[in-house]
Design a protein around this ligand. Structure first.
Ligand code: GLA
Length: 384
């Protein structure tokens, strides 16, 4: 990938790039819609991601090419906030806003990769975090990962989605063969070994594009805040849904509005499932882990209502196939991918069966991607 980007760079700008880097995508084993509720998540960085080749320029402008779509932006610093129809550039504008207190040097850059867009694998966070590390490098800013994660979160919220911290945290803190147990209450974390033995995770991309801004993502976030307010006024003071226990749910169930109770109880139960999944990983209990994935999906689909028919279908399909130990929708929802735990690996025959059954039902060809816990954002030592 770097070589392809390097040759596009030289053709477009007439000189060789100076630096290269890679920002991974994010998969999440379990802990969905818990991050913005101060809860637990168990994600990992993927080997798929976005690569960048770049160099500072001397004319205070930003010349950026997206290799996948062949779009190019040429913009001077003073025009940087001009409205644009190019979706990916909106994320870069938000990053530049976050650095508006620094006289950021202009740069030339080509980026591209193998992450499906709007599929729940954090392509937008990979771009945002990648551009942050480009700016840090060129300007010698030296912020630590923790600061850069927070800048990335601020930049993405500037785009309008009231997201949590999971994606950006994972992209900066990924580690080969390890998953991240992150407590979004205080951002403390530990790296945990992935399952030992012959197990693998595959994503099935429904090809239903989610757009978190248009989706009900922010509405779910607000409903959780409403839940916190209601519980504080009517039951006990809580700062976030993290402060509610499974035992509290028994008391709350008859008292609360059904929809609000469903949202709240999903989050509380999902937090408990993340802790059980951590135990399952430590005990190398793939069967238990698989059950937890199915339970998580049921909660996301029936209580949190962020699934869609295509995601539900793909999860149901796996229940009749012994290769699968568990499956659930992954990411924000309303489309995107399911994550599937497999004993061994998924043979071509099984992949073909799933693809053709899905295509017959929905008229779309799913993309099947194996994902492995991989390193976080990194510089690549190649010079152009
Ligand atoms: C998106 C957000 C994350 C998280 C997930 C759902 O990926 O960016 O912060 O809330 O949805 O778990």
């Amino acid at each position: 990938m770097i070589n392809t980007l390097a040759s596009i760079f030289i053709q477009a700008f007439g000189y060789k790039h100076e630096y290269a880097s890679f920002a991974p995508g994010r998969a999440n084993i379990i802990g969905e819609h818990t991050d913005y509720n101060h809860g637990f998540v168990l994600p990992f960085a993927t080997s798929q991601g976005i690569s960048f080749v770049y160099a500072p320029n001397r004319d205070n402008s930003f010349r950026i090419i997206a290799a996948n779509t062949n779009d190019r932006i040429d913009i001077s610093r003073q025009d940087i906030n001009n409205s644009t129809s190019i979706g990916w550039f909106k994320f870069i504008q938000q990053v530049l806003k976050v650095y508006s207190d620094v006289p950021v040097t202009g740069f030339d850059m080509v980026f591209g990769g193998d992450l499906p867009v709007a599929a729940g694998v954090s392509s937008s966070s990979a771009l945002t975090c990648g551009v942050i590390s480009v700016i840090e490098k060129i300007n010698g800013l030296g912020h630590v990962a923790e600061d850069m994660v927070l800048k990335a979160v601020t930049a993405e919220r500037g785009y309008g989605v009231q997201g949590g911290i999971m994606d950006q945290f994972t992209i900066f803190n990924g580690h080969k063969d390890k998953v991240i147990m992150l407590d979004c209450h205080d951002n403390s974390f530990e790296h945990i070994d992935f399952l030992r033995g012959d197990y693998s995770f595959y994503l099935f991309n429904t090809q239903v594009k989610h757009n978190l801004l248009d989706s009900e993502y922010n509405q779910r976030h607000n409903q959780c805040l409403q839940g916190v307010d209601w519980i504080t006024s009517n039951y006990k003071p809580v700062a976030s849904l993290r402060d509610i226990t499974l035992a509290d749910l028994q008391h709350l169930r008859p008292l609360m509005d059904k929809m609000l109770y469903n949202r709240v109880s999903y989050v509380v139960e999902e937090n408990a499932r993340v802790l059980l999944t951590k135990e399952a990983l430590i005990n190398n209990d793939a069967i238990a882990l698989g059950h937890l994935l199915y339970q998580s999906h049921t909660g996301l689909s029936e209580k949190y209502e962020v699934s869609c028919p295509e995601l539900d279908w793909l999860v149901e399909y796996t229940k009749n196939n012994t290769a699968f130990l568990g499956a659930r929708m992954m990411g924000g929802g309303f489309g995107g991918c399911t994550i599937n735990l497999i004993k061994g690996s998924l043979d071509d025959h099984t992949q073909d069966q799933i693809s053709s059954a899905y295509q017959k039902t929905f008229g779309l060809l799913p993309e099947i991607i194996q994902v492995k816990p991989s390193s976080g954002i990194m510089e690549i030592a190649s010079r152009g």
